[in-house]
Every structure is written in structure tokens, then in C-alpha cells.
Design a binder for this molecule. Structure first.
Ligand code: SAH
Length: 233
């Protein structure tokens, strides 16, 4: 089971979009669990303040190190062993291979930042890894955490069942997925490529790989280069 803990100023947003369909079922089945920790509960004053102005000046507010640290320390038993991730534009860029690695963990602790982010000292003293969803800036880590967790949870064994395959998807082997078609067979003037109706599985596999290669080469030269290095020496 993957035990997820979210440290957030807006715990009421969870499980939110992660509480539908197969993901909800998977939580019932104890394939994953979710606990939210309200950072504000660890505030030190009666106004429930969690942030302050940055030293050296500049705009915006920062989440305080002492408050984040206490929230972590009170809620994570094995601090040395458990992975703690701070979702942050400065982090290592999230991708499918990182999702795969993280889907093998037992515990995943996620800090959702706000305002201008959090005091650097807590990142340094609590063995926190920074992970970014991409090169853009969001207003808070919550929306990032939905995307982040969505990608990880669907890789947990038993979540998608046999109905879906995660083996042949985009980014497997650094390739984008081939085009897919379903009924109706004739839609206006368009029909699916003949080969897909042929029943010849080897031929279909070959066609799909060729399509993946063409598409990846055209749309994502960066992936194409990785693919060539790894599989086409
Ligand atoms: N001042 C910071 C941005 C803070 S954005 C900077 O320039 O780097 C506020 C919060 O939103 C962050 O603390 C982080 O938790 C979240 N966030 C913003 N962009 C993100 C991204 N690309 N990936 C992951 N989290 C992000």
C-alpha cells in the first residue's frame, strides 16, 4: 500500500479529483491511502499565522521553517526513511520514469507550498526533495499534487486492472503513443487505417511502432534522441 500524506494550507481540497472511479475504489481496497495535515494547525499564534516577509526584502510572503518543520516532525514517524517531497518550480522535473520509481514506495509525504514558497532552512534540515511539474509557476502546490499523484497512483498494481495497459503508453521507451481508433468504423468519410482491421497482430505491432517513431521524431526531438541512444544503437 502507498501511504500518502499531504501537508497543505487547504486540506479540504483533498482527495478532490483523486476521489473518482478506479482511484476511489483503489483507496477502499487499501491500495493507497490519503491523510491530510493542515499546516495551519502548527501555527504558533492565535491568529494562526504561517508566513512572514522574506529577509532581504522583496515581494510576497514565505512559509515559516519552524511551522513546516513541526508539522513534518509530528506526523512522519521515520523521518530518515520516508520520502518527503516539496512540489516546487525549482525541483527536478517530474516525468514518467520518476512516477514509476515513486509508485514503488510505501510512504510518500508531499508539501504543498503557497505564496512565494518556503524558508530554505526546512528544505536543508529535513532531507526534502524538490520536484517540479514543469517550467511554469502555479499559485500553490495543491493542483500540482493532483497531477503528481494521479500519475503515480495509476501505476500501482491493481488500480487499473487488466482493462488498461500502462505498458504501451506514451513515454514507455521514450516514444509517444501511436494513433488509436474505435467504432464507428466509418465516420463521415474517414475509416481507420486498413492494417488495424486486418487481424494480423505482427503487422499491427509493426505499424504501431512505426507510427510511434514518426510522431516522436516529428513532435519531440528530445525524446527521439533518448530513444535512439537506448534502443537503436
Ligand atoms: N517564488 C517561487 C514560486 C512560488 S509558487 C519561485 O519563484 O520559485 C507557490 C507554490 O506553488 C510553491 O511553493 C509550490 O509548492 C507550488 N508550485 C508552483 N509552481 C510549481 C511547479 N511548476 N511545480 C510544482 N509546484 C509548483
Amino acid at each position: 500500500m502507498l501511504n500518502v500524506k499531504i501537508f497543505s494550507l487547504y486540506p479540504e481540497l483533498f482527495p478532490g479529483p483523486l476521489d473518482i472511479g478506479l482511484y476511489k475504489k483503489a483507496r477502499w481496497k487499501k491500495i493507497w491511502s490519503l491523510e491530510t495535515i493542515n499546516i495551519r494547525d502548527y501555527s504558533k499564534d492565535r491568529h494562526k499565522t504561517v508566513d512572514d516577509t522574506p529577509y532581504g526584502g522583496g515581494s510576497g510572503m514565505l512559509l515559516r521553517a519552524d511551522i513546516i518543520a513541526e508539522a513534518l516532525d509530528k506526523n512522519i514517524k521515520k523521518k530518515k526513511k520516508e520520502k518527503i517531497i516539496y512540489l516546487s518550480p525549482k525541483g527536478k522535473k517530474f516525468d514518467q520514469s520518476m512516477a514509476k520509481k515513486l509508485s514503488k514506495l510505501k510512504n510518500l509525504n508531499i508539501i504543498c507550498g503557497h505564496f512565494e514558497g518556503i524558508d530554505q532552512r526546512v528544505l536543508e534540515t529535513r532531507n526534502i526533495e524538490e520536484v517540479s511539474l514543469g517550467d511554469y509557476v502555479l499559485s500553490g502546490g495543491e493542483t500540482a499534487s493532483f497531477v503528481f499523484l494521479d500519475a503515480i497512483i495509476r501505476l500501482l498494481p491493481g488500480v487499473l486492472g487488466n482493462k488498461f495497459s500502462t505498458q504501451e503508453e506514451s513515454f514507455e521507451k521514450h516514444l509517444l503513443e501511436y494513433p488509436q481508433y474505435t467504432k464507428p468504423q466509418k465516420w463521415g468519410k474517414k475509416t481507420p487505417p486498413e492494417v488495424l482491421l486486418s487481424g494480423d497482430h505482427a503487422k499491427i505491432k509493426g505499424w504501431r511502432l512505426a507510427q510511434s517513431e514518426v510522431i516522436t521524431r516529428r513532435l519531440r526531438p528530445d525524446l527521439w534522441e533518448k530513444y535512439n541512444k537506448k534502443f537503436k544503437k
